[in-house]
Design a protein around this ligand. Structure first.
Ligand SMILES: [Fe+2]
Length: 363
C-alpha cells in the first residue's frame, strides 16, 4: 500500500487500510474499490489522504505502531475529556495510556512509519494521540521506568486539553489571527495546567509537561520563557512530538511538509529549540522516506520504499520499478540501499509525477 492524497483518488482504486469515523465505525473498509461516490464522501469529511493498494505497492505492508482499536479508544477519550474538562474520567485516561505503553514496549525496534488518517473534525484528537505515541516511543528509548512512562503519556495525551477553554471562534478561525487572539491561543498551556490541577490523582509531572510543552530551549517559547535545563525533559519530548506531528500532518490545506524535510528541520533544532540529546533519540526513531514513498535514485531510476531499517534512515530497501526513461523494469529489482553505498535517494516524487509515470506505461 501507499499513501495517496485525496485529490488524486480515482474510482477503481482499492483501499489498503480501514478508514474510521471518530466514533469508531468503519467509514470505508480495507480492500474496497473506490467509486466517485466514496471519493466525494471522503473529500466532504475532510480526509486528506488514503492508503491504496495498487500494482506498484500491492504486497508492501505498513503497520501502525499501536492497534486501530487502541488509537480509536484514545481519540475518543481525549474528545470526551476536552468536552468535559472539569470532570473527565482519569481512570480511563490511565487505562488508555497504559494500553498504548504496553503495545509500544512490546516492540523495541519500532520505527514511526505510518501516518494516521484523520478528518478535519478529529484533527485535535488524532494529534493528541499521536503526540502521546511519539512521546512514549522516545521515553522508551530513554529507558524511562513504567511510572515515568505513565506520567509522560498522560501529560502528552492531555497536553492541549486547555484548548477546550479557548473560545471556539478563535480556535477555529480560518483567517489571520489578531495579536489578542494569538495571545489567547497561547494561553492554552496555562489553561491545561489549571484543568489538570483540579484532579488530585494527576501527577505534578504530567501537569508540568502540559504547562511547559511550548517552552523552548533557547527561551523563545511560552508561557514563562524558560530555557535549557529549566524545562523538564519530558516537556521537551512532548514539545518535539507536538511540532513533528503538526508539521507532517496534512490538514487538507496541502500544508504538510514531507517526513524527510521534517527530519532535517528537527535535526537542526538540537540545543536551539530542544535539548540536543533528546533530538538525537527522536531522530533515531523517525524515517525519512516512509514505506510506500516513490523516490528517484541517483541512478535516475524510480522506485518505491519497501522497508525501513532502524538507525539508517537514508538507506531503506527499495524496489526499482522504472528506468530513467520511465519504461518499466520487468521483473522489478529490489535493493537494500544499505549495501550499496554508491546509490543514494535523490528526491521524493510528487503524486502528480507518480500518476504520469504509471499511466505512461498504461497501468
Ligand atoms: Fe499546544
Amino acid at each position: 500500500m501507499r499513501r495517496v492524497p485525496s485529490s488524486f483518488l480515482k474510482s477503481g482504486m482499492i483501499t489498503g487500510s480501514h478508514i474510521y469515523t471518530l466514533d469508531g465505525r468503519i467509514l470505508l473498509a480495507k480492500g474496497v474499490e473506490l467509486t466517485d461516490g466514496y471519493i466525494d464522501k471522503l473529500v466532504s469529511k475532510g480526509i486528506p489522504f488514503v492508503y491504496i493498494d495498487d500494482d506498484i505497492s500491492r504486497d508492501i505492508f505498513i503497520s501502525d505502531v499501536i492497534l486501530d482499536e487502541t488509537r480509536l479508544k484514545a481519540k475518543n477519550h481525549i474528545r470526551k475529556a476536552i468536552s468535559n474538562m472539569d470532570s473527565f474520567d482519569y481512570q480511563e485516561t490511565k487505562s488508555v495510556v497504559n494500553e498504548i505503553i504496553e503495545q509500544l514496549l512490546s516492540n523495541r525496534d519500532i520505527l514511526y512509519d505510518l501516518e494516521d488518517i484523520r478528518s478535519v473534525d478529529d484533527y485535535l484528537f488524532g494529534h493528541s494521540v499521536n503526540v502521546c505515541v511519539l512521546s512514549v516511543i522516545i521515553g522508551i528509548s530513554m529507558n524511562y521506568n513504567s511510572e515515568q512512562l505513565e506520567n509522560l503519556a498522560v501529560g502528552a495525551l492531555l497536553h492541549d486539553i486547555g484548548k477546550g477553554m479557548v473560545p471556539s471562534h478563535i480556535l477555529h478561525k480560518a483567517g489571520k489571527l489578531t495579536s489578542d487572539e494569538f495571545e489567547e491561543i497561547k494561553n492554552h498551556s496555562k489553561y491545561s495546567l489549571e484543568i489538570l490541577r483540579k484532579n488530585d490523582s494527576i501527577s505534578s509531572v504530567s501537569r508540568i509537561i502540559a504547562y511547559q510543552h511550548h517552552e523552548r530551549y533557547n527561551r523563545e517559547g511560552y508561557p514563562q520563557g524558560l530555557g535549557g535545563k529549566e524545562i523538564l525533559d519530558m516537556a521537551q519530548i512532548v514539545g518535539m512530538a507536538d511540532v513533528y506531528d503538526a508539521i507532517t500532518s496534512d490538514r487538507c490545506y496541502g500544508d504538510a511538509i514531507s517526513p524527510n524535510e521534517a527530519y532535517e528541520l528537527l535535526a537542526g533544532s538540537g540545543d536551539y529549540y530542544f535539548k540536543y540529546s533528546i533530538v538525537q533519540k527522536f531522530l533515531f526513531k523517525l524515517v525519512l522516506y516512509p514505506t510506500g514513498t516513490m523516490i528517484e535514485l541517483s541512478t535516475d531510476e524510480i522506485g518505491i520504499v519497501v522497508k525501513n531499517t532502524l538507525g539508517y534512515p537514508t538507506k531503506p530497501i527499495v524496489r526499482m520499478l522504472y528506468n530513467s526513461d520511465f519504461s518499466p523494469i520487468e521483473p522489478y529489482k529490489e535493493f537494500d540501499l544499505f549495501q550499496f553505498n554508491n546509490i543514494t535517494i535523490r528526491r521524493v516524487l510528487s503524486e502528480a509525477e507518480v500518476v504520469k509515470i504509471s499511466s505512461s506505461e498504461g497501468k
